[in-house]
Ligand binder design. Structure first.
Ligand code: PNW
Length: 499
């Protein structure tokens, strides 16, 4: 009897389980019916050096990327450069038309510092450069598109290289002055400002690209000096906006950080810890001083400990004074997020004390699953749940800030207009965004696709193509052609749903 009733109960439970599953899948069927909230906005993004060309047109000054690509072309895989790129310096009207065709709300682009201030310093203004951005901004607004401006997307005035570029504290005021001028010139019409695009890339990956190849600073210090000054420069620009411009211009300002999701390779406590350590080194290093207070504890502890063993009198990670911490805290009106892919992270024994380096400070190892769908760049595997995990983690770690996804996109190598894989990519990452909004309560308010068109992809030159539009780089006229993904995106914006 007892046995029977147990079996019955089991069958009951099974039935109940089955019903729950059925109900669950009904719910998940309706999931694809989710629509983006009314105040959710879509956008497309580019950056100055990657599209503008006109590298010395009408009085533009030399940037670190002009110098790098001209002097050491071998640092670019196809030895190309952005001298002409998409020629957006001349074809900006067509660019606006294209943004209009995608139907999106925002166009995110960056200012070329040396197009406006050829020598970096603000005493000398290049009027044709100012006119260029005024024309672009006005045309966008005429077409109902909101400009989103990044002040610094990697092309520093070459003039600042001998000063040590971001490794020098003089950059804080130089950037502040530049930002103030930009707010004065364009802030009557531009309501969303981003100080820096991806400090991690600026300071960790591109330290040789700071235009500063002969920097006297050894690795393992240069990255943290750069981070330190860059964060202070961000706070400087934020407060200039806040005090001098916000009262009349009423916009918002923040920073854009890149985040490749770090998923524990297993459920072993050491891997869970390793993944969190990696997130703190890769993202918390920049986000924590701005949102919470100071660098993350684990980052401070590890760098201090290793520095001491290496014989340094102080940590290679500079310390903020209390006044600096207070000045940095809260300098975000939203959080700009660039996201591309995901990695598994596992705990490994720390590297022995030797040559200082950021990777050694960070520890841990990362790898990707070979089964994950590939794209035209080996690092860019399609892992939509990684975006959802990021949004959950940001919500939990930083008290659910407003997040604007300022970049997300899919590269191929062919540049074909029949770009179904890109459409599938957007569908999946937009779905992850919807899940984060509706199931996790994340405060995501925008999704901007990288990129409006194929462009100069930094070290990879023109080999990988992220565009919604293809560009014929062999034709001096640089004609643009819509890929299939344009129609898809327009449909998402119109129907506010991903199907
Ligand atoms: C972005 N990662 O950087 C840049 O902001 C764009 O200028 C660039 O064109 C775009 O990616 C595509 O490469 C990235 O860690 C930063 O995988 C980090 C990663 C990828 C891209």
């Amino acid at each position: 009897m007892i046995k029977v009733s147990v079996t019955m109960r089991l069958t009951h439970t099974k039935n109940l389980f089955f019903l729950l599953c059925l109900f669950g899948s009904l719910i998940s069927l309706t999931k694809s019916q989710w629509t983006f909230p009314d105040d959710f906005k879509f956008g497309v993004a580019t950056s100055a050096y990657q599209i503008e060309g006109g590298w010395d047109a009408d009085g533009k000054g030399v940037s670190t990327w002009d110098r790098l690509t001209h002097n050491t072309p071998e640092m670019i895989q196809d030895k190309s450069n952005g001298d002409i790129a998409c020629d957006s310096y001349h074809k900006w009207e067509r660019d606006v038309e294209m943004v209009k065709e995608t139907g999106v709300d925002y166009y995110r682009f960056s200012l070329s510092w040396t197009r406006i201030f050829p020598q970096g310093y603000i005493n000398l203004v290049n009027q044709p450069g100012v006119d260029y951005y005024n024309n672009l901004i006005n045309k966008l607004i005429e077409n109902g598109i909101e400009p989103v401006i990044t002040l610094y997307h990697w092309d520093l005035p070459q003039m600042f290289s001998p000063l040590g570029s971001w490794t020098s504290p003089v950059m804080v005021d130089l950037f502040g002055n530049y930002a103030r001028k930009a707010f004065q010139l364009f802030g009557d019409r531009v309501k969303t400002w981003i100080t820096f695009n991806e400090p991690k890339i600026v300071c960790q990956d591109f330290h040789d690209f700071l235009g500063n190849v002969t920097s006297p600073y050894p690795k393992g210090t240069i990255e943290y000096l750069c981070t330190h000054n860059l964060l202070k420069a961000h706070a400087e620009a934020y407060h200039i906006y806040d005090k001098e411009f916000r009262p009349t211009q009423n916009g918002r300002i923040s920073i854009t950080l890149n985040f490749e999701w770090a998923e524990p390779a297993s459920q072993k406590p050491e891997d869970i810890e390793a993944a969190e350590q990696r997130r703190q080194f890769e993202f918390g290093l920049y986000a924590n001083p701005i949102i919470n207070f100071d660098y993350p504890q684990i980052v401070k502890d590890r760098i201090a400990e290793r520095s001491k063993k290496e014989g340094y009198p102080n940590s290679r990670l500079p310390q903020f004074t209390l006044a600096e911490k207070l000045k940095l805290k809260g300098t975000y009106d939203f959080l700009g997020l660039n996201h591309y892919s995901t990695w598994y992270v596992e705990a490994v024994p720390d590297q022995p004390i030797g040559t200082p380096s950021y990777p050694a400070d960070m520890g841990t190892e990362r790898f990707q699953d070979l089964a994950w769908e590939e794209s035209g760049a080996e690092w860019n595997k399609v892992v939509p749940w990684g975006l959802r995990h990021i949004l959950q983690w940001i919500k939990k770690t930083y008290r659910n800030p407003v997040v604007l996804i300022t970049e997300c996109g899919y590269p191929d190598r062919s540049g074909t207009v029949e770009d179904e894989p890109r459409i599938n990519f957007f569908k999946k990452y937009l779905n992850a965004t919807l899940q984060a909004i509706y199931e996790d309560g994340a405060n995501v308010q925008a999704f901007m696709a990288w990129s409006l068109m194929d462009n100069f992809e930094w070290q990879q030159g023109y080999q990988i193509k992220f565009g919604l539009y293809s560009v014929d780089f062999n034709d001096p006229d640089r004609p643009r052609t819509a890929k299939k993904s344009v129609a898809y995106l327009r449909n998402v914006v119109e129907t506010r749903s991903i199907d």
